[in-house]
Write a protein that binds this ligand. Structure first.
Ligand code: NAD
Ligand code: TYD
Length: 358
């Protein structure tokens, strides 16, 4: 399938986070003529350690700053001659949004509005040339499914957590900028990502981290909630595909065709680490602790990604067996990274949530 847009100078927001940093590695490798400017506030979730491999690349530059900073955003778009914005920057953790929703509205809604408005002005000033604004969103904006069915791009938005509500608010602004101003936006909604550089507050890296430090493995509620798991490298390729081939105004669901119950994921990670560390089978499962359910916990997410396949020719390539094994190996080989990112502010948060130190 042919590309319809060739980005030259891409502003990636939130590029020091989990998915943003994986995307930057992927994009620079496959697009030798393109430049990437990474705008990131370096919150607890942003780590320049994730970008060590590209720091010396003359096609890459980093700006520490806030997506809500109008002057900085306007100046960066102009000075760097940006022709595409890939917007990852967000507060991304549901449990944090329950504990304190305000920063989610500020970063996710206001930050997106500032980026949209300054990008629109920049695009107009360039004479309405080829430009793309890609909003990286989530399947969580669709709410929760029962045992059957899938989210499609036309499923109504029914966000249930402050996090997903803030993403849905941002998605509606993106839609409005396309409908009102003809601004060339794209929206992707993906399922749960996993892979290297994921902050160890999300399910899979938290379980790996806690097993390695012999701590309880907190499973919320009955452990039977279902998520669809997508390898971050497949997601990075999907975002690149939508950027180059997506139809402006379009929404694209991205999934891994890989539904799993939380308890099955936790058991699998336990067993993999038993094997890799030469422990007796079943040893790590003894750490599993069922804890109080997350308030408003969505029961099931499942994505119908057929539009990505039929219109843009994208499909996930990772099997879960390969992806999870590689991910566990990555965390085993990168304990120093884990130590660095879980120091400082993260310690205070963890202590408040779980009552002891990580
Ligand atoms: P993350 O929390 O790992 O990273 C977020 C990044 O944004 C960090 O580097 C942080 O420093 C930066 N940031 C936060 N506030 C900022 C601000 N005001 N200005 C500039 N930078 C700021 O998140 P992630 O898991 O990589 O998710 C990236 C995007 O993908 C988010 O928009 C998220 O909603 C979406 N998403 C994530 C998943 C997932 O499974 N992780 C699934 C679906 C969608
Ligand atoms: P999470 O990784 O926070 O992603 P999301 O809430 O965006 O889907 O959680 C994935 C699933 O795992 C979700 O159903 C909540 C559950 N969960 C636990 O059972 N224990 C935990 O410690 C965490 C962080 C999540």
């Amino acid at each position: 399938m042919p590309d319809t847009f060739t980005p030259c100078s891409v502003l990636v927001t939130g590029g020091a986070g989990f998915i943003g940093s994986n995307f930057i590695h992927h994009f620079l490798e496959g697009n030798p003529a393109a430049r990437v400017v990474n705008l990131d506030l370096l919150t607890y979730a942003g780590n320049l350690e994730n970008l060590k491999g590209v720091e010396a690349d003359p096609r890459y530059s980093f700006i520490k700053g806030d997506v809500c900073d109008t002057d900085l955003v306007a100046d960066t778009l102009r000075r760097e001659r940006i022709d595409a914005v890939v917007h990852f920057a967000a507060e991304s953790h549901v449990d944090r949004s329950i504990a304190g929703p305000e920063v989610f509205v500020r970063t996710n809604v206001l930050g997106t509005q500032v980026l949209l408005e300054e990008s629109r002005k920049h695009w107009r000033a360039k004479g309405g040339d080829d430009f793309r604004f890609l909003q990286v969103s989530t399947d969580e904006v669709y709410g929760s499914l029962g045992p059957d069915g899938f989210f499609t791009e036309s499923t109504p938005l029914a966000a249930n957590s402050p996090y997903s509500a803030s993403k849905a608010g941002a998605d509606l602004l993106v839609r409005a900028y396309h409908e009102t101003y003809g601004f060339p936006t794209l929206t992707t909604r993906c399922s749960n990502n996993y892979g290297p550089y994921q902050f160890p507050e999300k399910l899979i890296p938290l379980m790996i981290h806690n097993i390695l430090s012999e701590r309880p493995l907190p499973v919320y509620g009955d452990g039977l909630n279902v998520r669809d798991w997508l390898h971050v490298k497949d997601h990075s390729r999907a975002v690149e595909t939508v950027l180059k081939r997506g139809v402006p105004g379009g929404v694209y669901n991205i999934g891994g065709n890989n539904e799993r119950r939380n308890i099955d994921i936790v058991n699998l990670v336990c067993d993999l680490l038993d094997r890799k560390r030469g422990r007796a089978p079943g040893e790590n499962r003894k750490l599993i602790t069922f804890v109080a359910d997350r308030p408003g916990h969505d029961r099931r997410y499942a994505i119908d990604a057929s539009k990505m396949r039929s219109e843009l020719g994208w499909e996930p390539s990772y099997t879960f067996a390969k992806g999870i094994e590689e991910t566990v190996d990555w965390y085993l080989a990168n304990q120093e990274w884990v130590r660095k990112v879980t120091s400082g502010a993260y310690r205070d948060y963890y202590e408040k949530m779980y009552g002891d130190r990580p």
